[in-house]
Design a protein around this ligand. Sequence first.
Ligand SMILES: *Cc1c(COP(=O)(O)O)cnc(C)c1O
Length: 365
Amino acid sequence: MSSPLIPFIDLKAQYEALKPQIQERINRVLEHGQYIMGPEVRELEERLEQYTGAKHCITVASGTEALLISLLALGIQPGDEVITTPFTFAATAEVIVLLGAIPVFVDIEPDTCNINASLIEEKITDKTKAIMPVSLFGQPCDMDEINTIAARHGNIPVIEDGAQSFGSTYKGKKSGNLSTIGCTSFFPSKPLGCYGDGGAIFTSDDAIAKACREIRVHGQSERYVHARVGVGGRMDTLQCAILLAKLERFEYEIEQRIKIGKKYNELFLGKLKTVKQQEDRTSVFAQYSVFLENRSQFQSDLLKKNIPTAIHYPTPIHLQPAYRDLCCPQCCPEAVNVSKKIISIPMHPELKIDQQKLVVNFLCI
Ligand SMILES: *Cc1c(COP(=O)(O)O)cnc(C)c1O
């Protein structure tokens, strides 16, 4: 007999815990009726500015839109090069290619799965116009080292793709506020998720913030004056209202995520290799991932035991059909190696210790 399903993530339990607050916030929007750019949009932005410490927060339609608008705000042109990691969700490289720019892939650290900062400098050319590290699985990259390299080469802007890391910290500073620009996603399954699509851009640079605000609404500097080419990239009022309610519980959820992540670390210690946590930063464990030599067999066995898993990511971007001509297949051997072994296991703030033990015991037989 198999045990009951362990949810991979548990959005329903989270909704139950916040039901009255969320419904009240939604009703307020339905009453005032300002569905686009209503008061909740700025209210959320102010709350997130306080939370991250960044001077400006610009909410946008999704995490992908946050990355795209950031690149547009920096004036990225066709032929420009943007350094990034191939071990990420496609959106990171996609926005670069959409602008006609060239993603230059730098290999990852095999233990954290984040971009290997020590390999960035050799890829910088006079065409490098941005560096886009990804805080994968909820843990920031070595941002001091990346920012130092960027500064040494004429202040190349650094955009943190923090789609998975909202709420995490690096040397005490919040993700989103670690470089020139920080981007995040409020996709429902991310650490801070709304009930649809949403995202945000963070920066303390006034000119970049102004550009992002204009680009978000078709480049409008004032009504019907299009100072630049932009996109339709706003986050809607209802989604902002939902996040305002969810922020009430966010700190608790982060504490839970960290507690559960550390428990997994402890349970796997000496038994199975897991993604390494660095001492000078916290992870919000958007995913909890381990390395398995014979992954495919485990994945189907786990499902039979009602333990769902996911693979982030089975193929690095530089080997994907739409991207593989942009880069030589040998360029990032660690990313290729990790993609064959990595597997994500159930992780969410409501996970119980007994459920964790069940998962660990099954993986460590
Ligand atoms: C989810 C994700 C994105 C895209 O965010 P959306 O809100 O789904 O557009 C970008 N980069 C990374 C690393 C992600 O995990």
